[in-house]
Every structure is written in structure tokens, then in C-alpha cells.
Design a protein around this ligand. Structure first.
Ligand code: HBI
Ligand code: FE
Length: 299
């Protein structure tokens, strides 16, 4: 079976066998001057395609964040210029890294309001699928949302919480919350469901699938429920969790997760496609897409 995949970035994986970094925090220079015209061209292709697809699909905060950043189709953004604007707005910076970095390094950056962004850009033959987060996913997908104060605080809280969750041995639970919010979250806005998750916003196929396809479930976000729910790193999500406003993330940034971890620890986990009686279901999916794949049929 070799059906084309969507383009998730496999964030759930630990950083691979990358060579030892020169700097302890794994940052590198972006080396903006060294991007080739072909690399800027890949950015342009992706930027134009996603900008079209996100009309009426991205949440208002994504659109306004994007509009106020020095980011357009013409070239891969310069992290220094992005950081100037972000710093004024929410106190965040963008720093360059080679790709996935170890969890503790990742959390340490987020806890200090530095967003580690892949320096490289995918190759022309990988437009729709790549294994590690590149500059398009990280910058196009995540950085506009970092202009929003609620997301800005929430991602910092994730960094702080990540260091703690590691010590408690519950990082997998916290990572699910990040996955189903920052990466694959949907938000209910006045004209319907909208995308705020960067994994969706940076993916052509998933930005349509997540909102328009009959296959996935769309369920009201619930913290304990999400902590118990496995996710897919190599294909579209089977279930998307919906918040009513980005301000909900602010509440999540402020509460202590410890009692939730404790409750969840001796409870069974849910598979990605499961819908529970207790769920507030917005859309009950047909499950058709993933069922087809399980049978080895083309999607
Ligand atoms: N590194 N560059 C980068 N980007 C990520 O999103 C990332 C990472 N390392 C670890 C990681 N994510 C996740 O596994 C944690 O959020 C759990
Ligand atoms: Fe990401």
C-alpha cells in the first residue's frame, strides 16, 4: 500500500539520530542569505496553495497574525524580522534548529518564549509529506498563532509543564493535549468551525479533510478525555477536538494538570477514532477514510 499520505510532521517522535549539536540549546544560525532561489520557490508554492485553502478555513486570529507579520509568498521569512514583531506583540522569538530536538531542549525553549523552527525547507518532491517539522510547518503554521496572547501563554505553559510532566513520567499525556490543540485544534467561530492547529494549517490535504470531510469526528474538547486519547502521527487525525474560543487555552495554561494526570493514570486509553457516550459530539464521523486504509484500499 503506498497511498499518498497527507503531510503531517511527526512531532510525536523523539529527535532522531542527529549529530551532537554545536550549541547546547541546539540552535543554529538561520543563514537566511544561503537559501537558494529554488528553496524560496518551494516556500512560494506552499504559501500560495495554503493561503488559498485557508480562506474561510483558518480562524480569525491566524489571519490577523499572518497579516501583521513580515511574511509573504515571495521568500522564506527571516527569523530576525519575525522576532522583532513577535517580541513587541507577545514577547516571543523564533530561533532556528536543524529539525526535531530532544524533548527537554524543546520545552526549555518554549518555557522561555523561544519557538524553535526548522531551518530547512522540504524538497520539491516532498511538498505533501515530510517527517520532520520544516520552516514551512513551523513558521507558516505556528508563528501567526504566536501573535495571539492566549496561544502565546499557552505554549509557554506547555514548555514549563513539559519539563514537569517528564519528571512525573506522564509526558505522553501532556503531549496529547499539545497535539490535539496546538497542532490539530479546531475552534468554533461565528460562521462555523475554523482551524487554529498548525499541523492542519500547514497541510493542504488536512486543512480540507479536518473541516470538510465526512470521515473524522469533531468533538468538544475535554482535558481529561484528550489526555486519554491516542493520536496518529502518520496520517490525518480520526478525531478533532473543538474549543469555543482561544481564551479556553488561557484557562488551560493556568490550571494545575497534576490532579488530571493522577486520575488518568489508572484509566484505560481511547483509540483515535473512538466516540464516547459522554462526548459532546459536533460531528459524528463516518470513519470511512481510515476504514478504507485499514483494508488496504486506496483512500
Ligand atoms: N522539536 N523542533 C521540534 N519541534 C517539535 O514540535 C518538537 C521537537 N521535539 C520534541 C517534540 N516536539 C515533542 O515530541 C514534544 O512536544 C513532546
Ligand atoms: Fe508543529
Amino acid at each position: 500500500m503506498q497511498a499518498p499520505q497527507n503531510e503531517p510532521t511527526k512531532h510525536g517522535l523523539a529527535a532522531g539520530d542527529a549529530a551532537a549539536p554545536e550549541r547546547a540549546d541546539w540552535t543554529i544560525d538561520q543563514g537566511w542569505d544561503q537559501y537558494t532561489p529554488a528553496e524560496h520557490g518551494v516556500w512560494k508554492t506552499l504559501f500560495e496553495r495554503q493561503s488559498r485553502l485557508l480562506l474561510g478555513r483558518a480562524c480569525d486570529e491566524f489571519v490577523s497574525g499572518m497579516a501583521e507579520l513580515p511574511m509573504d509568498a515571495d521568500e522564506i521569512p527571516d527569523f530576525r524580522r519575525l522576532s522583532d514583531i513577535l517580541m513587541q506583540r507577545t514577547g516571543w522569538q523564533v530561533v532556528a534548529v536543524p529539525g526535531l530536538v530532544p524533548d527537554e531542549v524543546f520545552f526549555e525553549h518554549l518555557a522561555n518564549r523561544r519557538f524553535p523552527a526548522g531551518q530547512f525547507i522540504r524538497k520539491p518532491h516532498e511538498l505533501d509529506y515530510l517527517e520532520e517539522p520544516d520552516v514551512f510547518h513551523d513558521v507558516f503554521g505556528h508563528v501567526p498563532m504566536l501573535m495571539n496572547p492566549a496561544i502565546a501563554d499557552y505554549i509557554q505553559a506547555y514548555g514549563i509543564g513539559g519539563l514537569r510532566a517528564r519528571q512525573l513520567g506522564v509526558l505522553d499525556k501532556l503531549a496529547r493535549v499539545y497535539w490535539y490543540t496546538v497542532e490539530f485544534g479546531l475552534v468554533r467561530q461565528k460562521d462555523g468551525l475554523r482551524i487554529y492547529g498548525a499541523g492542519i494549517a500547514s497541510s493542504a490535504s488536512e486543512s480540507v479533510f479536518a473541516l470538510d470531510d465526512a470521515s473524522p469526528n469533531r468533538v468538544r474538547f475535554d482535558l481529561e478525555r484528550v489526555m486519554r486519547t491516542n493520536y496518529r502521527i502518520d496520517d490525518f487525525q480520526e478525531t478533532y477536538f473543538v474549543i469555543d474560543s482561544l481564551d479556553e487555552l488561557l484557562d488551560l495554561a493556568r490550571i494545575d494538570f497534576a490532579p488530571f494526570y493522577e486520575r488518568v493514570l489508572d484509566q484505560p486509553e481511547y483509540q483515535p477514532g473512538t466516540v464516547l457516550a459522554a462526548d459532546a459530539v459536533i460531528t459524528q464521523g463516518t470513519g470511512r477514510y481510515h476504514a478504507g486504509k485499514r483494508q488496504g484500499a486506496p483512500a
